[in-house]
Write a protein that binds this ligand. Structure first.
Ligand code: PLP
Length: 418
């Protein structure tokens, strides 16, 4: 069963669940920098391999430091179990591959992170696994895209960088009506802002590289299984051995056993350690990220050179009402996009920044900026960029936790160069 959620989120994020490992009194998960674990008897290693006994065997399969991160993230998302992976993309790949066979289909909201989009539309296609892209918030379109070969529905809580917010509760209800699980990439919202499993989703994914680790120091990902989906036999006949073996954790077992350990998508214990430290401050960082972003959004709106601002926290934003409902008034996230005259203006603005870092990442405690059209999406053809709402005039800003006056001052002085 999921660990009892006895304490508030801000406490749980620091203390986590009781560790299943022996830390010898250490207050923080030690880095178990070892590849293999010795077993005192032949019987013990044999039983651990067969699953009769819990324990660690080999670093690609599991590690005590990583186990601690898995237990913490399971608690924060209210799941039943988790597998930590080397990156967010490894989590997405393993989760989808555990569900898809050649000839299968799935339905995904079209506001996807760039690599997820390429994985779904290019890579999976090679293996005859087909994504049906739909408008993330259009429930009719989602329902119409489901057919007998569909295996799951996939959404991002807050689209990166489209910033749209689909209705998870209603989408989960549609998914369940057709015997399908709903998978949600919760990277941009974090469990501080939204817990998709509470809203009916079945599997949650993260790039822990972003807000969860929070310092731009550790790459990682996680698959969290809610443990409540029943994997009906008509759609999921291949799940039987996993259900027999692991019951409610059948999906996680399949993702781990078939893909994670064979693809070798293991995270290094040091990265898990850094992420565990990062988690301690997740709640307080998110509070500040969101407070600052709301203020920066209001500030940008008043600047004449800025043609538009896309942030769900703004009252006139199309996702504002959904954000208020789904995030229960806790905030609207730490990222926004805005428009300048054209690409040349975006380059001039970026080149003028002094404090804000120009790089490809988000969710760091430092404020980060990027021009997606000419970087992550540079190899996309124009029709795809349009479909994903990636325009030449768009800047993406991941607002950090610095003094907001200094963030605004840097934005202003870069804009003054126009
Ligand atoms: C929403 C989202 N999902 C997944 C990923 C992929 O994560 P990673 O870079 O850790 O593989 C990213 C990366 O930016 C992201 O923004």
């Amino acid at each position: 069963m999921a660990p009892k959620e006895e304490y508030h989120f801000n406490t749980r994020v620091i203390h986590g669940p009781p560790s299943s490992e022996d830390w010898q009194g250490a207050t923080l998960a030690p880095i178990f920098q070892t590849v293999s674990h010795r077993h005192a008897t032949a019987e013990s290693l044999s039983q651990t391999f067969s699953g009769q006994k819990t324990g660690h065997i080999y670093g690609r399969l599991s590690n005590p430091t990583i186990r601690n991160l898995e237990e913490k993230l399971t608690l924060l998302e209210g799941g039943l179990g988790a597998v930590v992976t080397a990156s967010g993309m490894a989590a997405i790949t393993n989760a989808c591959m555990a569900l898809l066979r050649a000839g299968d289909e799935f339905v995904a909201g079209n506001s996807l992170f760039m690599s997820t989009y390429l994985l779904f539309t290019n890579v999976f296609k090679k293996y005859d696994m087909t994504v049906r892209l739909v408008e993330s918030s259009d429930l009719d379109e989602i329902e119409k895209a489901i057919n007998a070969r569909t295996r799951f529905i996939y959404l991002e809580t807050i689209g990166n960088p489209k910033m749209d917010i689909p209705d998870l509760e209603k989408t989960a209800a549609i998914a369940h009506r057709y015997g399908l699980p709903l998978i949600v990439d919760n990277t941009i919202a974090t469990p501080y802002l939204c817990r998709p499993l509470d809203l009916g989703a079945d599997i949650v994914l993260h790039s822990t590289t972003k807000y969860l680790s929070g310092h731009g120091a550790a790459t990682g990902g996680v698959i969290i299984d809610g443990g409540e989906f029943s994997w009906p036999e008509d759609r999921f006949p291949d799940f039987k051995p996993f259900i027999d073996r692991k019951g409610p954790l059948a999906f996680l077992d399949k993702a781990w056993r078939e893909h994670h350990i064979n693809f070798g998508t293991t995270q290094a214990p040091f990265h898990a350690f850094l992420t565990i430290i990062g988690l301690d401050t997740l709640a307080i960082r998110m509070e500040r990220h969101m407070e600052n972003t709301l203020e920066v959004a209001g500030f940008l709106k008043e600047i004449p050179e800025i043609t538009w601002v896309n942030y769900p926290g703004l009252e006139d934003n199309p996702s504002h009402e959904m954000a208020k409902k789904q995030f229960e008034g806790k905030g609207f996230g730490g990222m926004l996009t805005f428009g300048l005259k054209d690409q040349a203006a975006c380059f001039k603005f970026i080149d003028g920044l002094k404090l804000i870092y120009h790089l490809a990442n988000l969710g760091d405690c430092k404020t980060l900026v990027i021009h997606p059209y000419s970087t992550q999406y540079v190899s996309f053809d124009e029709s795809k960029r349009e479909a994903l709402a990636i325009a030449p005039d768009m800047i993406r800003l991941s607002v950090g936790i610095e003094a907001v006056e200094d963030i605004c001052k840097d934005l202003k002085q870069a804009l003054n160069r126009f």
